[in-house]
Design a protein around this ligand. Sequence first.
Ligand code: NAP
Length: 259
Amino acid sequence: MDLGIKGKKALVCASSKGLGKGCAMALAEAGVDLTICSRTESAITATAEEIAGKTGVSVTPVACDITTAEGRAKALAAAGDIDILVNNAGGPPPGNFRDWDRDDWIKALDANMITAIELIKATVDGMIERKWGRIVNITSSSVKAPIPILGLSNGARTGLTGFVAGLARETVRDGVTINGLLPGPFDTDRLRGNMNAQAEKAGRKPEDLAAERAAGNPAGRFGTSEEFGVWCAFICSQHSSYLTGQNILLDGGAYPGTL
Ligand code: NAP
């Protein structure tokens, strides 16, 4: 299927690996020129070379912390006028809310709510003027069904989702859609890291715990970054102009509700 976005320009945040990289690769395969970013310079440069080498599009790597004002300014300056924005950042740590103070909350809100809102603010009016834009926020299945140990994530990401629900209805008339993509368990370094920590606590082998969790998903496995990326590219395609303010859950059927 031709996604109809060849030659468009995208900023894909937090994308040297994992879900962000999956989105960047799928957009590049659709012919989109990219600016990608992450904090580790060597990693983002290597990913840019890999994507450009495989797809032939232009890929500009930016080493920055997207959760800071300076980092966002650097990424936006490199990206220029963009048609597509994919918001992503590292997730907050697990824990018990009794141990979190105001600074912990501000950090989580900064990373997983305000960063995305600031990047939308910086880019959405240009998209509206040009009468075309796609914004995808990578959030989490925790928006739909809270994960008890991830209270910071539950709170911050649901805040972003609530804000976007209003804005998405204001921009679609001008060709700009805003949607959320909600990952359940995807086989990335973050998932493996969380699993290693849980296995250590439980005195179990990480590979046993991972196999048990994967088998417990209705799909019998974790998702892959590649299949996540393809959804992102489709939401950014010409075919998705009537889809806005939606939150699409990709979790292998783990969420047990009818709707
Ligand atoms: P990952 O494999 O660890 O990759 C994270 C990527 O983001 C890396 O490229 C990392 O590079 C970059 N990054 C992290 N913090 C950054 C920052 N402050 N500024 C710029 N780049 C940053 O993680 P993932 O699994 O793809 O997760 C992506 C997001 O989805 C996270 O918010 C995660 O909580 C959420 N999520 C993931 C899953 C899952 O199962 N994988 C499920 C639900 C939600 P550097 O470290 O070099 O910056």
